[in-house]
Design a protein around this ligand. Structure first.
Ligand code: FDA
Length: 387
């Protein structure tokens, strides 16, 4: 078995960007190992069999960025639709627009406040703590948006996300809660936004479609590591604690359970994402995938639609790691793994699992482009050390 010039572990956006740049720009032979039976990492999507509707298997993925370099790069592989994300929330039998905006406030308080009046009301409610430094998540939330809105839209939603009483959650989980004093309910503020016209998987496959790139599926790096370690440069995008055999302990993650259902109605909820912030409802939100692509002909789906209920909990061994829990203990553990990672010869750690960080897709791609320019290109072009 001939060794490649570079081994990439993981075929998510981070690994694919590294592989594509090294193959196309430096002419390197790149092998990607992926332990799942498909490429693409968590952005992977597939057509639901009965309806042909594109379903994001690991949770809804909305592309947005203000980084012009990333936007130019991703447009080499896919065109984007004009999709703009908007989210609604069902609270006590009424549907409100999110993020909290003037429409939400006026509906909630049954009023017709002007922007200045709404601002004054929220400031007055948020002053409840009288200038005291917030000591937990609840106090922080109240200090940002006042108690009524906090309790309706944030308290129980957060408790469901964390399976923890918000009184016991740290204040620094939230630094800001956006409240808009206009009727604008566009979810993201970024310059560029859209969904890949032919779907995520087509985009991800095009990134890997290069004669110098070989993708090996169903292969866990740890079963073949000895063939590569110390012999070829490796970019590793799996969990950093797993790489080191959990020598410093496990980093904590939250995971999600998805309950997918084909429902016999043409339109289930009239929007792509509906949040459920009330405590009686066990799930946090429902996605309806048809609405991500209003431009598509969904005739094949007929009187059917695909919905996915999302439940959140702490990850246990064997669960998919989705969001870093990031307690002070986790941060201390991470520092130890960072030292180990720095000292590991010929291996670079990247991506959301390799760095224990929540990364949006555009951030994972930007971070991979930067690793390519600042570390891989100098190594392969000028013989610089790979650390
Ligand atoms: P990613 O996890 O995608 O890929 C890592 C790959 O490595 C996986 O395929 C894994 O199987 C493989 N691997 C791990 N260990 C291995 C081993 N030992 N051997 C072989 N292979 C191994 N972003 C955004 O911009 N908009 C959005 O709306 C969302 N939505 C969203 C929802 C949810 C629920 C999550 C968890 C995340 C998002 N994201 C997102 C973030 C997005 O998923 C993220 O940016 C990318 O997945 C990051 O790509 P990576 O390549 O870093 O990891």
């Amino acid at each position: 078995d001939q060794l490649p010039d570079l081994l990439v572990v993981g075929s998510g956006f981070f690994g694919l960007t590294i592989a594509e740049r090294c193959a196309a720009d430096l002419g390197l032979k790149v092998r990607i190992l992926e332990r799942r039976s498909h490429l693409g990492g968590n952005a992977y999507s597939e057509r639901e069999e009965q309806t042909g509707i594109e379903v994001h298997r690991y949770g809804a993925h909305l592309f947005h960025t203000s980084n012009a370099t990333v936007w130019e790069y991703v447009n080499r592989f896919t065109a984007f639709t004009g999709y703009q994300h908007r989210v609604y929330s069902t609270h006590r039998g009424q549907v409100y627009p999110l993020p909290i905006n003037l429409g939400t406030i006026n509906q909630f308080f049954d009023a017709a406040y002007s922007p200045a009046e709404a601002r004054a009301l929220i400031a007055e409610q948020a002053a409840e703590l009288g200038g005291k430094e917030p000591e937990n998540f609840v106090e922080k939330g109240v200090s940002l948006i006042g108690r009524p809105l906090y309790e309706a839209f944030i308290a129980h939603y957060t408790a469901k996300q964390w399976q923890t009483d918000p009184e016991k959650l740290s204040a620094d989980i939230i630094s800001r809660l956006p409240v808009r004093y206009t009727y604008d309910n566009r979810y993201f503020n970024d310059t560029y936004e859209g969904l890949p016209v032919d779907g995520y998987t087509a985009w991800l496959e095009r990134m890997a479609d290069h004669p110098n790139i070989e993708v090996v599926l169903d292969t866990d790096f740890f079963t073949v590591a000895e063939q590569y370690k110390g012999r070829v440069p490796i970019v590793y995008t799996g969990p950093v604690d797993e790489y080191f055999g959990y020598a410093e302990g496990r980093l904590a993650w939250r995971t999600l359970d998805f309950e997918e259902e084909v429902v016999d109605v043409e339109d289930f909820q009239g929007c792509p994402v509906m949040n459920y912030p009330d405590p009686e409802v066990p799930y946090t939100r429902i996605h309806e995938f048809k609405h991500f692509h209003p431009e598509r002909d969904h005739a094949r789906a007929g009187e059917k639609t695909v919905i996915m209920r999302e439940y959140s909990r702490f990850a246990e061994e064997g669960d998919e790691p989705y969001y870093p829990v990031n307690t002070p203990e986790d941060r201390a553990t991470l520092l130890k793994y960072r030292d180990l990672a720095k000292a590991e010869p010929m291996v670079l750690f990247g991506g959301r699992l390799g760095t224990y960080q929540y990364l949006d897709m555009h951030m994972a791609i930007a971070s991979a482009l930067s690793m390519f320019e600042n570390r891989l290109r100098p190594h392969f072009r000028d013989g610089a050390a790979l650390t």
